[in-house]
Design a protein around this ligand. Sequence first.
Ligand SMILES: [Zn+2]
Length: 590
Amino acid sequence: MSTPDPHSFSDPTQGVITHIRFRLRPDFTARVLRVQAHVRLDRPVTGSLFLDTRHLQIAQIRHADSDLAWSYDREDPILGQRLHLSGLDGVQEFSVESTSSQTAAALQWLEPDQTAGGRHPFLYSQCQSCSARTLFPCQDTPSVRFTYEAEIETPPPLTSVMAAEGLGVSLQGGRVVHRFAMPQPIPSYLFAFAVGNLVFEAVGPRTGIYAEPETIQAAAWEFAENEDRLRAAEALFGPYLWDRYDVLIMPPAFPYGGMENPRLTFLNGAYVQGDRGGTWLVAHELAHAWTGNLVTNATWEDFWLNEGATTYAETRISEIVEGVAASDLRTAGRAQTLLRDFDRLGPQSPMTRLRLPLAGKDPDESYSNIPYFKGLLLFRQLERAAGRERFDGFLKAYIEAFRFRSITSEAFLEFLEDRLPGVGQVVDVRRWIYEPGLPEGAADVTSSLFDDVLSVEEAYRRGELPSAQRVAGWTTTQQGVFLGRLLPAVPASDCAYFDRLFRLQETKDGALLSRFYELAVRSANREAIPRFEQFFSSVGRYQFHEPVFRALVQEPWSRELARPILERWRHRHHPHTVAAIERILVEAGV
Ligand SMILES: [Zn+2]
């Protein structure tokens, strides 16, 4: 399939990479990754082959016993450097030796004090969206898939893991060598590995947890229900085709909630909360095994196909594991967040379309809730129009038809019309995908748990502060949705009251804390700032911090606090997190 991808120099009509044999040698002193890659193509290539790279140092490229001619012949600030292999004469396999730069976007090298144990360094990769090219030359587009084998060489006692099948470990010349194979074809953005002081604990026949020894017990308890989630998901979406579903607990500096690396979800350690309150995120990352990893967006402009479908699939798993009311409450909270995002971006902003116009833009910089939450609401509308039973049949057929393939928004629409004729028109699906904003009423979601939040809010608006007894049974999601409804601001003393009421000093729920700190800044509740700084210093998830920094720079009283807080903790965070917060500060002139 050749889909013109605005974020790749590659041209799949020249030939497609189908398999790579890797040898990876992380150098913790020099902070570079040395890579030997033996690349196989789907057919003999004659003439030229274009590959994506970014700041790679290439030692040599060879075919059989001879060197191949190559050059970096184009360069772009977003795409990187085009590697041009030229003069090819029926070449179907070649090997490349390369070294990543010290600032490779796909790698984060953590000092021991940035880990839970504090004694060993930690390294991990994060290739989504366009960073696999900072590790090895590739066709770095989600429309090309390949299988791979890999060996990772590490100094003992460090262990390596991969989003692949583990084949065993051996000692070679004082180095530990782990071997892996990935028999299912993946797009480059799902290539992933990590190196650290890691142990494993099984929580079910196909499910387990990798974590530092200091967190393994707590994590194994937190995610003890993963096998149930896996079974629930299979009942909904068809057989799980990736063999195992393990979770790797990431050090705090990990900038995302989770990353759906196949077979091995990378999950932010902040979600080991001690109350199983954040386990919906596992449902989300697990759902990607079908929507995203199996049926993949052809380009990042079609990102809603990955994230909208997955957020919807997540709610269906959550309905089974947590109940409909809890799942719909979360959807109601997301609809609320979405409406605030629309306000911020402007009702006519093209960034509120589902299909995003990303040519000339960095997909990571354009990241927002829209593909997730607007996508979720669209899938709910489609389900409602088709009826649940028919829609479930459609989803299974969709996954079956496109598994291990990458598709565009147009291909989705064609399949929808083919299998559920007329449903697209009822929902006005093209408007959802190609136009900004949200159809009237689409954000209306009800749930008994949400109704309870609304009734407490109404009483508060009439001047009645809720008693501890009134909200005693509330979940942290209810607390967070309630605080979100109080935005933009309440009197500072009321904000402090809610802090005590929900015992926020004791909670480890990052999403709830983030919502509270945003409200606290907007409400000039100054005592909350040192706690926010402590939170910022210890939790890496960018999405928790972004709304708080936005509030900090917009409120005159707190404007000057934002820059010093970022500067004091910049070194603890992933470059993505720092860059994203930096953009908020610079746009505000701080
Ligand atoms: Zn996702």
